[in-house]
Write a protein that binds this ligand. Structure first.
Ligand code: FAD
Length: 411
């Protein structure tokens, strides 16, 4: 097989490795497009489930395992999707084969890598302790939930999106939370400095202890943890959760000789360097037509979108058009959304509501919007996304003026 004859078409058999949101999005979209070929999803976790609730509604007990599912067994039967509960250990792209832990070999015309990421551990003494928690899977959430009780002290290292959400939920469950991050405030690249400041200050306002410092070691003695910081300070806690990002799961791709570079490298069709293999979701990294390697997205919508793109590419239909990348997050009863890039060259314009920064816009030097983030401003972010996608020029004073309806600017 050469680079031009990638298998495709409605009868193609497809094996999706990793049944999270991205993998599920591919099989769902393939069936929606009328695909008739065999569809299989392999994942040691079984039926596909949604991860965002793990640090929100699921941790708080507002939804259960069934509520997390993206698709149940009945959906899989109805759509003729086979879910294989196992891990793939070896990928043989030329042969279209994936070998499972027990030695079983599955075969398909097309392989889709949707292996997501693994929570990063801190590379410090004690960072790999079994008692140090992470939050990526349902069982991670179950473990954390089992430890949280009123009055227990939880240290959360990393005050980014997941760390902050978890800290907020743990406090709601009565835990005494200390949040540690080397940066003050964190999240500037995602929401800009003004909103990042306001969001970070919410922790102290709500009674969490916030510590700025670099952890250099973690020890555990008789169930009590001590986190030592670079400047010698020590933080003690009953439990420690580390939320410092993920590493993309690229080992299968690397061993199979596919191109990887901080993610499995794909083109705008989600095609890897092997014509039979696609990669999607958190594990994939797009190289655009001009050769630029994009930042790997680690957000829900991007996992869904890239899954749909791969489905269209496999089915041989027009690729869906997706807008600027979007994410959301929830903490302390507020809802945060962001779209596009808040780090592109240019200036930031702030819209204040009730005297506090509520919406941040990033404008390039030609007056085009490149990014927007908002606290409790979902409609504004939606309008900003249209402005970005349609490349409408906007005036900074209009963006800053709370009486100007952003929807009108987006027309
Ligand atoms: C706690 C938490 C909260 C989040 N909150 C938000 C939010 O509020 N907003 C937002 O935009 N995004 C959020 N995200 C991010 C979003 O959930 C992810 O971007 C999305 O789940 C990525 O989907 P994925 O399918 O690429 O990867 P994953 O969901 O990680 O799925 C990958 C799957 O691959 C499987 N797998 C790995 N290796 C193998 C193998 N060798 N063989 C077979 N299967 C394998 C894994 O078991 C896993 O099920 C959150 C993530 C987490 C963890």
């Amino acid at each position: 097989m050469n680079g031009h004859d990638a298998p495709g078409g409605s009868g193609t058999s497809v094996l999706v490795i990793g049944g999270g949101l991205a993998g599920f999005s591919t099989v769902r979209q393939l069936r929606a497009l009328g695909h008739t070929g065999t569809l299989r999803m392999v994942d040691p976790e079984g039926l596909p489930y949604d991860r965002p609730p793990l640090s929100k509604a699921y941790l708080l007990g507002h939804t259960d395992q069934v509520g997390l599912l993206l698709a149940d067994a009945a959906w899989c039967i109805e759509h003729d999707v086979e879910v294989v509960t196992a891990a793939v250990t070896v990928l043989r792209p030329d042969a279209g084969e994936a070998e499972l832990t027990d030695g079983t070999v599955l075969q398909a015309d097309v392989l889709v890598l949707a292996t997501g990421g693994t929570a990063r551990r801190l590379p410090i003494p004690g960072g790999a302790l079994e008692s140090v928690l992470e939050l990526r899977t349902r069982s991670d959430a179950d473990r954390l939930r089992g430890l949280l009780r009123p009055g227990m002290r939880l240290a959360v290292i990393g005050a980014g999106l997941i760390g902050a959400e978890t800290a907020s939920a743990a406090q709601e469950l009565g835990a005494d939370v200390v949040l540690i991050d080397p940066v003050d405030p964190p999240l500037v690249p995602a929401v800009g400095p003004e909103l990042a400041r306001r969001l970070h200050d919410m922790h102290t306002d709500r009674g969490l202890e916030v510590v700025t410092g670099v952890p250099v070691s973690i020890t555990c003695d008789a169930g009590s943890h001590t986190i030592t910081l670079e400047d010698g300070r020590a933080v003690t806690a009953d439990a420690v959760l580390v939320g410092v990002g993920i590493s993309p799961n690229t080992a299968l791709a690397e061993a199979a000789g596919l191109e990887t570079d901080g993610g499995v490298v794909v083109d705008d069709h989600q095609r890897t360097s092997h014509p039979r293999v696609y990669a999607i979701g958190d594990a994939a990294r797009i190289r655009t037509g001009d050769g630029t390697l994009q930042r790997r997205a680690e957000h829900w919508e991007s996992a869904m979108n890239t899954g749909q793109t791969a489905a269209a590419a496999i089915a041989g239909v027009d690729l869906p058009v997706h807008g600027a990348s979007w994410f959301w997050s929830d903490r302390h009863g507020v809802h945060v959304e962001g779209v596009g890039s808040m780090t592109a060259p240019g200036t930031t314009v702030i819209r204040e509501i009730d005297g506090a920064p509520a919406i941040a816009f990033r404008l390039d030097d030609d007056g085009y919007l490149t990014g927007c983030a908002a606290i409790d401003g979902g409609l504004a972010v939606r309008a900003a996304r249209r402005i970005i996608d349609r490349r409408i020029r906007v005036a900074p004073d209009q963006l800053a003026d709370p009486t100007v309806n952003l929807k009108k600017l987006a027309r």
